[in-house]
Structure formats: structure tokens, C-alpha cells
Design a protein around this ligand. Structure first.
Ligand SMILES: [Zn+2]
Length: 488
């Protein structure tokens, strides 16, 4: 088979006003920079990415990589950026035609300045080029907000089944198997249904609880042939019509696909009360962490300041509380503050200076403190955890600082980057196991690498740009029948 492959990933937080530009897609961050042609395969080989998993499963075929890019989650994608990247993909597909199939590595929650459905727009443009008979399959993040246009324009969508996303490559491989099955057995019937309620991301983790039960039950519906059932739990920081969970079921037999969708729909409905997952205030979270027995660290997740969900990663609510309660040995990361990182580099290793720390966003204030420069780095940090191991975090010029008069170390970066891997502290000469409290600006991805060394995880709702308490969010554009929180 001659298969065109491309990747274009963005998770858009519509509550963030700073738009996402072409430069944001071109530069490296948690993932590689924009890759073109054969570089797509060479750079991503072996990584936990859908396009890498697809390529590894399709080695016997004639793959034609076009481009792959992803920007750190953030505000709406600028129309100019979307048109540039989508235009390069569609132009290349025209040039490569005739094709036997097309595979796209997408997120599924992209909102652009003039479309609430970036992926639906891209998929429909490609469908118009390749026609109805060329299999068009995309992989999606489980935080996709799936639209009718996405389902109608594609032959199948495969979706991650873990959060932290440990199965991104496997989801790409499943997309390849679906293309093979479609080529053999014909296009499947599709059944798509949206859920009735939104699920906050901090309650979506699949290591335990209701999401684990939902996803564990999916395997029983895989195959034979084109039969496949997938679930997306949705991205709640998007105020659009299609926000929330979706079920998509494929197969040769429409009646059977509908019956599977009914089963999954019942499971999703009955899980609603279990997704009620309370959050602690910063005062309570720090107090509980201090009271915990010595030994393994306590992780406090600053769930609303997660840059991996579009937040600024520089809020100070939790830091202030650590200082106020005179915290025991504590690490906090990753605080996005390019001017502070630069000031640390100017001061030099071992120097002390008066620092202005974070708090640049609306409603926040920087923390003023005297700090010691513990470690400096250019910011190329090799991940070692299960989720991103084999890849490199591009943090930009960065530093570890100790707040003088305290036992608190902060890792400050020039790029926005989610704290989800122990290497992001160890790179700076800081050993997580030797600290009582680990504060991570992450909602759930940190769990893969941090939970094995932690005695407990506390979810903390300090102010941030990624709202997790959905009853407090002022949505305007949701479907009228979707619930944003448990009734009563
Ligand atoms: Zn995700």
C-alpha cells in the first residue's frame, strides 16, 4: 500500500487569550519541532507517538510522510497557522495521489480563530481530495472533543485508552490495522454518540477509578475485521458545541455496532457519580502533606496550572502557601518564567539575587524572594519515564533556584513544559526521593512517573487558567443538554 501520513496536533484552551502561532508548531517543546518528509520517520522512530506506532506497524508498506507537528496546548490556533499547515498537508496529498490510504496523527480538540473544529475541517478537505474510496483513518487523543464532521469525513478514528497517555504508539498501530481491515473487508458502518455530561480531567486518569473500568472493557469489542469501539472523554477547557465525551463504534454490521454503543453508553451514564473527584485548597493540601509520615514523598498536583492543558504554568498560589506554612524539603516545577530564568543565568551558579517569581497572569502577583542559583541548564532534558522516555524536553534556558530561608527548590524554565517526568528535576541536580513534597504543575500525566515513588497524591485547586471545578466555569457554547457537573 502507498499511504500518505501526516501529524498536526493541538489541544486548544479557549479560555486562554494568547493565540497559538505557526512558530509554536515549528519549535520543539515537550515533543520534537515541526518535521518534514523522511525526517518524520527518522526523528519519531521508537517514540511513544501515534505516527511512530503507525510506521512501526506498516514497515512493509510504502509510507509517504508529509509533515508532523504539535504545539504546546494553548489559546486558539491562528487562522494563518492552520491554513499554512493544513495547506501543506492537502497540497502534498494532491501531489501523491493516487494513494491507497491516508493516516493522520491528530489530537481532536483543535479550535482555530475561525473554526471550532480544526480536525473536522482538515479531514473534510482531505476527503474531498481523495474521494470516498480511499481509507482515511486518524488517531486521536482521549481528550478529543469529537464532532459529526470528524466522524463523517473519516473512515475510522482510533483513540488513546490511557491517561497518562502510555499507549499513543499503540493507538497509531491500531489505526494501521484498521486500514488493513478496511482494504480487505470494505468501509465499516459507524455509530457515534456524545455523552450527556462533562468529566473534569483530574477525574479522567485511568490508573484507577471509573475511567479505568470504562477503558478496560473496550478490548472485548476489538475485532474481528473492522469492528472497533473507541471512547474519548473530552477536553473541558474548550467552550464549544462538541465539548465532552464521545463513543465511536465501527463494524460491518450496523445493528451490532449500535448494540455495542448502547452497552458503552450505559456504562458511561452509570459512571457519572464516580467521576466526582474533590479538589483540595492550597492551605489544606500543604497542611496534609506536612502531616504525612516521613518516607516517600507526597505529590501535590497544581491541577489548574497545567501547561499541557494550555495554562501559563507560572501561578503562585501553591508556592505562597508552601512559604506561609514553612514547608519541609520541597521541589516545585516547572515554573514558566523566561525573565527569571535569564536573571538566574546572568547571576551565575551559586549566586544569590532578589527574584521576582512567576505570577504574570491576570489576578496573580509575582512572589518576591531572595534566591540561590542551585543549577543552570540550557534546557535539553532527556525524559526517562514511561510516557515520554526516549524523547527530549526542550525547556529553553532554565534554572533550579532555592528560596533562601526555606527548604523549597523551584525549577524555572523559559519554555512552557508540563512536569510529568522525574528527569525534569534530576536534570537540575535535585532528587525527588529526598524531598517530602513534590509540587507538579500537571493534572494527571505526572502519575506515570511520580506515583511509584510517592506515598500519596493530593489534587490541589490553586488559581490557574485550566479550570477543573466545572461548576465554576462560565460556559456559553456547550450543547444545551450537556451537564457540567453532578446534579444535586
Ligand atoms: Zn490528552
Amino acid at each position: 500500500m502507498r499511504i500518505a501520513i501526516a501529524g498536526f496536533q493541538h489541544e486548544t484552551n479557549t479560555f486562554v487569550s494568547t493565540p497559538t502561532s505557526l512558530t509554536d508548531f515549528e519549535q520543539a517543546d515537550s515533543w520534537p519541532p515541526l518535521l518534514v518528509g523522511e525526517d518524520v520517520l527518522e526523528t519519531t522512530r521508537g517514540m511513544n507517538l501515534p505516527i511512530a506506532g503507525f510506521a512501526a506497524a506498516a514497515t512493509k508498506h510504502d509510507l509517504r510522510p508529509i509533515l508532523w507537528c504539535a504545539a504546546e496546548p494553548g489559546g486558539k490556533v491562528m487562522t494563518s497557522a492552520f491554513e499554512n499547515i493544513a495547506g501543506r498537508i492537502t497540497h502534498a496529498i494532491k501531489e501523491l495521489t493516487p494513494l491507497d490510504a491516508v493516516f493522520l496523527d491528530l489530537h481532536g480538540a483543535m479550535v482555530t480563530e475561525n473554526s471550532d473544529d480544526g480536525e473536522g475541517e482538515l479531514l473534510s478537505r482531505i476527503r474531498q481530495i481523495v474521494g470516498p474510496n480511499v481509507p482515511l483513518v486518524a488517531s486521536l487523543d482521549m481528550h478529543a472533543n469529537i464532532s459529526k464532521k470528524m466522524v463523517d469525513s473519516s473512515d475510522a478514528l482510533t483513540i488513546y485508552r490511557t491517561y497518562p497517555h502510555l499507549d499513543m504508539a499503540e493507538t497509531g498501530a491500531r489505526a494501521f490495522r484498521m486500514i488493513e481491515a478496511i482494504r480487505r473487508d470494505g468501509r465499516p458502518e459507524k455509530v457515534w454518540r456524545q455523552g450527556e455530561y462533562l468529566i473534569p480531567l483530574h477525574a479522567q486518569q485511568t490508573g484507577a477509578g471509573p475511567a479505568r473500568a470504562l477503558y478496560e472493557g473496550l478490548d472485548e469489542f476489538d475485532g474481528p475485521g473492522t469492528q472497533l469501539a473507541e471512547i474519548a472523554l473530552g477536553f473541558t477547557a474548550a467552550d464549544i458545541h462538541d465539548t465532552g465525551p464521545s463513543l465511536v463504534v465501527y463494524g460491518p454490521d450496523r445493528t451490532k455496532a449500535e448494540a455495542i454503543c448502547d452497552t458503552l453508553s450505559d456504562r458511561l451514564s452509570s459512571a457519572e457519580p464516580e467521576f466526582d473527584c474533590p479538589l483540595l485548597s492550597p492551605v489544606e493540601a500543604v497542611r496534609r502533606a506536612k502531616q504525612a509520615p516521613d518516607g516517600y514523598p507526597i505529590v501535590i498536583a497544581d491541577v489548574q496550572d497545567n501547561p499541557g492543558a494550555g495554562a501559563s504554568s507560572d501561578t503562585t498560589g501553591l508556592l505562597r502557601e508552601l512559604i506561609e506554612q514553612n514547608a519541609p524539603p520541597t521541589l516545585l516545577g516547572l515554573l514558566h518564567d523566561p525573565s527569571l530564568a535569564n536573571a538566574a543565568h546572568q547571576a551565575g551558579h551559586g549566586a544569590t539575587f532578589d527574584a521576582t517569581i512567576g505570577g504574570h497572569g491576570p489576578g496573580d502577583e509575582p512572589v518576591q524572594a531572595k534566591v540561590l542559583v542551585h543549577h543552570l541548564s540550557g534546557g535539553q532534558c532527556a525524559y526517562t519515564g514511561e510516557m515520554y522516555g526516549g524523547g527530549v524536553a526542550t525547556l529553553g534556558p532554565s534554572a533550579a533556584l532555592r528560596l533562601i530561608g526555606s527548604q523549597i527548590h523551584i525549577v524555572v524554565t523559559s519554555g512552557r513544559n508540563q512536569c510529568l517526568d522525574l528527569a525534569q528535576f534530576r536534570h537540575f541536580g535535585l532528587e525527588p526521593k529526598q524531598n517530602k513534597i513534590l509540587c507538579v504543575k500537571s493534572t494527571a500525566h505526572f502519575r506515570a512517573d511520580f506515583e511509584p515513588i510517592a506515598q500519596d497524591v493530593l489534587l490541589c485547586a490553586a488559581p490557574g487558567q485550566f479550570p477543573c471545578s466545572l461548576k465554576d466555569v462560565n460556559y456559553r457554547n456547550l450543547r444545551p443538554d450537556v451537564r457540567t457537573h453532578l446534579e444535586g
